[in-house]
Design a protein around this ligand. Sequence first.
Ligand code: ZN
Length: 385
Amino acid sequence: MIEPEHMCKKCILLDGSLGVSVNASTGLCNYCEDPEYKTPSWWKTQITEEMRREGLKDWQQAIKRAQSRRGKHKYDCIVGYSGGKDSTALLWKMVNEYNLNPLAVTIDSGFIPETAFENVRDTLQKIHVDHVIIDSAKETFPKLYKWMFLHQDSEDRCLTTSMCEACSDLVHALVVKEALKQNIELILFGYSPDEIRRYFYEIPQHEIIEEWMPQFFWEDPFTKGDRSHFITQEEVKNHILPRILLPYHVVDYEEDKIVELVESKNLVKKGNSSTLKTSCHIIMAASFYDLNRYGIVPYALQFSELIRQDPTVRKKWVITMKQISPLIKQGKFNEQGFNFALEKMGMTKSQLSDLIQKQLDRDPNREKIIRNVKLFTSQRRRKRN
Ligand SMILES: [Zn+2]
């Protein structure tokens, strides 16, 4: 496999992109040379077997507790239900393996692909649970996204990462609101083990109140209405705060088995379990921004961390980068989704390109980034060895 000399020999980071430099004599990037390098506090790198074991024990107790309380409340828990394969499988398991009565909650941001909704409809014909779609923040999501595009100003952190975080905070807040309304004490999200980012297994309860709302929500163009989607101290005064658990972080998780489950039970149509078909449209616009701005696919830092933990997956990620980069660069990875997202935010592709250009021109690594953008996206192929 041909790899450029300015790609780290151990992970997939590129010299000059996302604040990374590759040491010419060792061939290693800053992160591979020094595990402490810029390790963000939100990125859980050290997940030990013991943490997993402890989590699993807690999960089994949480299930037992929910089972022992069956019938006391209308619902035993909430399952955050996006229509993707992971949350679909989680919903199925709660009903069929654990014999619980969950309320399925879908947050409609306005950016969810039709395939996800199709999956929701298909699944709910097979699993008989109550389901609510919350679309009360449909006006807030595009404002949030647009603000983040306009204010992205970092040399080492991609827009996609920051945006997914801010967006999931809003999603979590909306789900907690529903739990408070319905007196439900347990919320489950089907984040897969590689979606660890800031949290491992449990989202701390103290973060529920106000901490989730970004500071910029106090400024124009955000209104009281936008702020009202987050949880206030007042609202939780007479309530028990729900626990928010991410069970896939501690139970045995195998992607193939999840796909097999949702397809064999006819919960979703064959092929519709693909993450590419169910992930949110805004990711398409944010990836375009990141690749052209930073010269590397978003999440490269996270993928690299996974590679450091398990070097055998490196090849897979290098191949993936080579396949998707040329498409993302042009906004053609999922062109429909890309255009949809821009239109919803009231932006054009050329406005977006101007934004990128302005930020890029100020970046001391500008030349290297431009070289990196070309690396995986140029049409001409070097001779294979
Ligand atoms: Zn590295």
